[in-house]
Design a binder for this molecule. Structure first.
Ligand code: FHN
Length: 452
């Protein structure tokens, strides 16, 4: 199609736009609804975008994942014996935090007590804890919270409300004591307040002993735990530490209870699990948690590890929808983070050292339309184009935007060579040069002036 030359000020349009791109012209475009929790408390978390989840406990001894007590129908007395075999002599808190930091992770959440009820910190509430009941006798939360502070990584803890070991909770079906099914537990009649007291004492120990920035609740689905329980516990913790960030599983996840809308959910952020919401969760802070293989706790037979391409593109996809990514590791009973997980985290760190600007402190893409070539993240005066599929013709098609493009360059290009653009109908065509600097995702940074 022969392009009809349009002259402006006697100059062909194409040249004009190039000049304009170099010297600022206007285009249409945006939406970014604000979450409900206050900025001052949430801002570090929103900027962080990427954290490490750690599922670690005595379930690492049998090494069939964190649900083994239930899936293996292991009677309590039998399961307790694993504590006697828990001796992680190779545990090194500084090394774990360094692995997270080198991966580009800004915060870490470790299991303080999972559904099996074994307590992974020093508590006065029960001897069934890592210090009093294992040959190892050390407190990993003390070491990790210290190492995090030293290395500038935010520290947080996971806590399960459901407790398969608690005398106040009964197995779902223990009609055959030798073959119990615990999930979902029932509350022993008249013992709910005892359990809530037990839980509150432990949560107070966690907050006052390790000063977590995040409390990540889970195991809230048994029907004896109610929305009101969640609200009450939230207020109890909020009073204890006004800066605490608490997830929505302190109450009931909106999916569980009919009628609970996301906006009414207790807690500061939503927690999609093992999936990325197709359109994010507009108007809410949210965080996708995901395994690198298929298990949260260490499972020696689970070698189905996701590729670093999948993991890096997941992080970008989640950020482009305004969410955080909490990526899990499952250390062994010896205290080692499995090498296949470390290798992939190192790859994510390599990518983020070049392209971190496109993730940290960004907000969701202004474009509703899915872009065939990749994703977009934004800042008030920047747009980051994360290109998964580098266009063969070097032309990257971008929908209209509001604001003036004042500069275009590749984040991977240390010389920040300027790229050009031209307007085509209601699109902007970014002209890329040469091959993709990164086959997983190459980032084009657009400087935008007077964006709304
Ligand atoms: O049952 C747990 C599971 O073991 C793991 O802790 C995940 C992590 O979000 N949460 C529960 C399943 O929803």
């Amino acid at each position: 199609m022969k392009k009809r030359k349009i002259y402006l000020l006697g100059i062909p349009v194409v040249i004009f736009v190039l000049l304009a791109a170099a010297s600022a012209v206007h285009f249409p475009g945006f939406n970014n609804s604000k979450p409900k929790s206050p900025d001052n408390r949430m801002s570090w978390w929103r900027d962080a975008r990427f954290g490490m989840f750690i599922h670690w406990g005595i379930y690492a001894v049998p090494a069939h994942g964190e649900w083994y007590m239930n899936t293996g129908h292991v009677p309590r007395k039998e399961y307790e014996k694993y504590a006697k075999k828990f001796d992680p002599v190779d545990f090194d808190a500084n090394q774990w935090v360094k692995i997270a930091k080198d991966a580009g992770m800004k915060y870490m959440i470790i299991t303080s007590k999972h559904h099996d009820g074994f307590v992974m910190f020093h508590t006065k509430t029960t001897r069934y804890n890592v210090v009093d009941d294992t040959p190892w006798g050390k407190d990993p939360l003390k070491a990790l919270s210290r190492a995090c502070r030293k290395q500038g990584v935010k520290f947080g803890v996971y806590y399960s409300i459901m407790d398969w070991h608690s005398p106040y909770q009964m197995a779902h079906n223990d009609s055959i004591p030798a073959h119990p099914t615990y999930n979902p537990t029932k509350i022993r009649p008249g013992k709910k307040d005892d359990y809530k007291k037990y839980m509150k004492t432990q949560l107070k120990e966690l907050v006052t002993q390790y000063h977590p920035a995040v409390l990540w609740f889970d195991g809230e689905w048994p029907d004896w735990w109610t929305y009101t329980d969640g609200k009450e516990l939230y207020q109890y913790l909020r009073k204890m530490d006004p800066r605490l960030i608490i997830n929505n599983r302190i109450g009931k996840r909106p999916v569980g209870m009919k009628g609970i809308q996301m906006k009414d959910a207790v807690g500061d952020f939503g927690t999609p699990e093992q999936n990325i919401p197709p359109n994010g969760i507009p108007g809410t802070d949210w965080e996708t948690c995901m395994t690198i293989n298929n298990d949260w706790g260490y499972n020696k037979d689970d070698l189905d590890f996701k590729s670093d391409t999948t993991l890096i593109r997941n992080l970008i996809d989640i950020a482009s929808k305004g969410g955080n990514y909490l990526l899990n590791v499952g250390p062994t009973a010896k205290g080692i983070i499995p090498q296949p997980e470390v290798t992939r985290l190192n790859e994510m760190g390599r990518w983020l050292r070049v392209n971190g600007k496109a993730i940290y402190g960004t907000t969701a893409s202004p474009f509703k339309k899915k872009l065939s070539w990749g994703r977009v993240t934004s800042k008030p005066d920047k747009l980051y184009l994360e290109v998964f599929n580098w266009p063969a013709d070097g032309k990257l098609l971008l929908p209209d935007i509001k604001g003036t493009i004042t500069g275009i360059h590749l984040l991977a290009d240390p010389s920040r060579r300027g790229l050009s653009a031209e307007k085509k109908g209601n699109h902007v065509v970014i002209k890329l040069q040469g091959d993709a600097p990164d086959n997983i995702a190459s980032v084009v940074e657009l400087d935008i002036a007077d964006a709304p």
